[in-house]
Design a protein around this ligand. Sequence first.
Ligand SMILES: [Zn+2]
Length: 166
Amino acid sequence: MKTIYLILVLNTFMLFTACGQHPKELASKEAIPTDMKKTDAYWKDKLSPESFRILREQGTEYPHTGAYNLHFKEGTYRCMACKEPLFESDSKFKSDCGWPSFDASIEGKVRYERDNTLGMVRTEIICNTCDGHLGHVFNDGPTATGVRYCVNSVALDFNSEDKKEE
Ligand SMILES: [Zn+2]
């Protein structure tokens, strides 16, 4: 019994430390089971080579090159792969970083994972529906939320016809 208790305590501890690097109030959300979690072969067939590189191979587009970097129309930004809505134009702000920047995501649509690649500790943002890589989120946002979602344009699909449903 003691061993089981110890394992439980250790697990809880590890869970907390794993979340330690996530921006404030952005708890890592559980991945939701969905039939959109397809194989790479499926997405290779559906996506452009550049979208595939970003969404499925955790790539990054060159800064200041993306279609939505300086795009400020009203509407909804959806996942390029599964088409789920991810960000509203209300949360987009002008940033000099070179990528589309948002100060909030649509509730439950994005999940967070620690990313230790390239010698940095960052928080990766992932589409909760299809597991596509979107970009990273940082704690240096200039707006009231204090966070900056830095998203690759080619991971997004914009639709100005989308109106908020409330
Ligand atoms: Zn998606």
